[in-house]
Design a protein around this ligand. Sequence first.
Ligand code: NCD
Length: 296
Amino acid sequence: MSKVRQIRHLITENDFSKDEIKDILSKAKIFSNIQSYDKLKDKLIITLFFENSTRTRSSFEIAAKRLGAKVVNLDIGTSSSSKGESLEDTVSNLNAMKPDAIVIRHKTSGLPDSLIKYVDCPIINAGDGKNSHPTQAMLDLYTIHEHFNGDIENKTIAIVGDIKNSRVASSNLRLLPRFGIIPILVSPDCFMPDDDIFEKANSLEDVIDKVDIVMSLRAQIERHGQNYYKTPKHYAIDYCVTKEILGDKDIILLHPGPVNRNIDISDDMLSDERCKVLQQVTNGVAVRMAILEKLL
Ligand code: NCD
């Protein structure tokens, strides 16, 4: 009897069970001490980024290369998308070259999911619109888990900023509560999502005494279509995470990047040892190695 291997995709964090995610965290811990390993030696991964990216694209590429895989980064500017080819046709053509995985980022929510029927390999969502950014949420979870030595149940996280338009927030709000982490949403009304599941506040100062983790987010101005604030500085007056707000509290500070300095987080907090922004970037490679190894 032939054994047909079912293709697994990573479109949202809900595609993995809690046990599978725990397994990814353990594997990532091992990978964090390994510079190279030839587990995916014969594999080829295509990355397809229709939105700008510094961290996520290079993190996937480095993760793949550390596992011995080859990576083809399709340059969207010079691809046939600009000659009028549909995205489905572009992906079908790339699939015909038999890659072992396609990593995709696109501004349209739901797009990676809609491409599954055109491919014979895993699709990994590297961010779709406001919808989901599963690998970012998993590296955030890993960073929290690492800092608290696994003791994360009932820890409270304040997510600060443009929650409504952030796929990082959406993914974390689905993932972190599965591990017992309690979110508090901190944002102005214009950036506050509609749901009634989580505690909400308009100011970080109002809730700071009960939080263990602060996650700052950038205002997703590319998705706004209007100016909510006269200038970024006006937003920063109330939502920049500063040393005055954090005081000497035992709190860790996260941000997925790109950070707008002195708008999202003040200079002094960015150089404070409680700020884990660069640790998140380091952890992102290890977590993506674990995810690639699992899916391929
Ligand atoms: C985020 C994204 O693209 O969703 N960045 C990232 O992947 N590290 C967050 C953002 O752009 O604000």
